[in-house]
Design a binder for this molecule. Structure first.
Ligand code: GLA
Length: 514
């Protein structure tokens, strides 16, 4: 009973704890109430559950992000470079933003759909002003943020800005905690169109209330401000690690025999897969270990789920693996108005080959992921630019049905087709996008065949279009297998049109997560 009382006492039953904790409290109470006869924990648990149900009743209602947001963001490429004398073309500054704004227009990025131009961390002075307002770095942004907004808006782009829900940003600049209303008002005055609210330097369990609160403040400004949350990214890993022990306890002592016979398989700190067949156990595992995605999707237009992407093929694969391994838990929360975010595009930088860049573009299209370039547009090589501007692939990403696609085939162990994956997304016009990814490194293109079942396509007759325009259009009959040949660490990305299909032309609408 001690742990139950502690949870209630330490939180004083004042705020709505996260669902995991309520579930934990109630389970433990039911398990032990006969031994202790204590009613305090029940009161606390029920009160907390009631508060959770009644809190955050109003959803984010800004009409934005009906398709995944597209734009450009400083962080992955330009990090926290603040020394403009040493790195005049790379430091986070008015100069970089103006130059990028001009290039987004002149080089066709805006026309292709990339409309948000965002400044990530490191734009601030280290201290707030005398009126407690946030102050942009005086040397690097000498004209302030409203001037930046004006420059961006004059080019029909939209202005994105980074802040952090905690006391400090991840790079140590002032965060919004304690100044939420003042800062939201300031953002609206500066005519910001997009806020990325990071989650460093704050208790993760404050996020379940704090992020929705800031969302409501953004709504109340009357200015449509896209709200990008980092809330789940900070909860995912932490929840897994800190509750493995509790989960073991619960499974051993509280749940049915069949669950008890299941086995846990941990791989690193990032994955904990239940290998038993029992669906109740799987549901319980999800509840225990998952951030509250229902609430996140209700209050945010997009949200980072996982770790930062870095400039390498291995980092890209790590992010893809996380999204594939967790798709059952997260994919259904994506849709018009609210999207899972696997992080920025690496394309155009140092770490990916042209083939690997195509992999990221294809998989991000399947995932209905926000497309945020983070590269120097002034030095972008044409072969990377072509990938970023590929209108067919962008159209897949922006499909108005907004249904996140899934990794439907994966061969990890030795033998034929080892290292191949298939990712499939259903589209609004009844067609499908299918990405065949190879993680192999054995020199030549690898030829393989896939059944309809493996691609998770309804068995039908299709016309198949190569979205990267590498092989001519072809037909696939319902009784055939589909042959592909994929470059090492590369992708083949196709659209499968049913030969007889209905065209659905209704416009997209934000779907309400209730
Ligand atoms: C975190 C975020 C990154 C970036 C940095 C800035 O690591 O996940 O995307 O915003 O902070 O400090």
């Amino acid at each position: 009973m001690r742990e139950v009382v502690e949870i209630c006492v330490t939180r004083d039953c004042e705020g709505p704890p996260i669902a995991r904790e309520i579930w934990f409290i109630v389970t433990r109470f039911m398990q032990q109430k006969h031994e202790t006869g204590t009613t305090m924990s029940l009161r606390c648990g029920l009160l907390a559950a009631l508060m959770l149900l009644t809190s955050g009743a109003s959803a984010l209602d800004n009409g934005l992000a009906l398709t995944p947001p597209m734009g450009w963001l400083t962080w992955e490429r330009f990090r926290c470079i603040t020394d403009c004398e040493a790195y005049p073309d790379e430091c986070i500054s008015e100069n970089l933003i103006r130059r990028t704004a001009d290039l987004m227009v002149s080089e066709g990025y805006l026309e292709a759909g990339y409309e948000y131009l965002g400044i990530d961390d490191c734009w601030l002075e280290k201290k707030r002003g005398p009126d407690n307002r946030l102050v942009p770095d005086k040397k690097r942004f000498p004209n302030g943020m409203k001037a930046i907004a004006d420059y961006i808006h004059a080019r029909n782009l939209k202005f994105g800005l980074y802040e952090d829900f905690g006391n400090y940003t991840c790079a140590g600049y002032p965060g919004v905690l304690g100044y939420e209303q003042l800062d939201v008002t300031t953002f609206a005055e500066w005519e910001v169109d997009y806020i990325k609210l990071d989650g460093c330097n704050v208790d993760r369990y404050r996020m379940d209330e704090g992020y929705p609160d800031v969302g409501k403040m953004l709504n109340a400004t009357g200015r449509p401000i896209l709200y990008s949350c980092s809330w789940p990214a900070y909860q995912e890993d932490h929840m897994l690690r800190s509750h493995q022990r509790d989960a073991g306890f619960l499974l051993k002592d509280s749940i049915s025999d069949s669950v008890r016979e299941g086995r846990w398989r941990g791989s690193g700190s990032s994955e904990l897969l239940f290998t038993g067949q029992n669906t109740t156990a799987k549901a319980i595992t999800s509840l225990l270990y998952s951030p509250n995605y229902k609430s996140i999707a209700k209050h945010c237009n997009m949200w980072r789920n996982w770790n930062d992407i870095e400039d390498s093929w291995s980092s890209l694969l790590g992010v893809m693996d996380w999204f594939g391994n967790n798709q059952e838990r997260i994919a259904t929360f994506a849709g018009p108005g609210h999207w899972n975010d696997p992080d920025m595009l690496l394309i155009g930088n140092y770490g990916l080959t042209v083939d690997q860049a195509k992999v990221q573009m294809a998989v991000w299209a399947i995932l209905a992921a926000p497309l945020l370039i983070s590269a120097d547009l002034a030095t972008m090589r044409p072969e990377f630019k072509e990938i970023l501007l590929n209108h067919r692939v962008i159209a897949i990403n922006q499909d108005r049905l907004g249904k996140q696609g899934l990794r439907v085939f994966q061969k990890k162990d030795a033998g034929e087709r080892k290292g191949l994956e298939v990712w499939t997304r259903e589209l609004s016009d009844g067609s499908y996008a299918v990405a065949f990814v190879s993680r192999r490194d054995d020199g030549a293109g690898y030829a393989a065949k896939f059944t309809f079942e493996e691609m998770q396509l309804p068995s039908d007759d299709y016309l198949v279009e190569d979205l990267f325009d590498e092989v001519p259009e072809r037909k696939l009959n319902s009784d055939d297998e589909f042959p592909v040949r994929i470059n090492p660490s590369g992708v083949k990305f196709y659209k499968f049109y049913k030969l007889k299909q209905n065209d659905n032309k209704s416009p997209p609408q934000a779907d309400i997560v209730d």
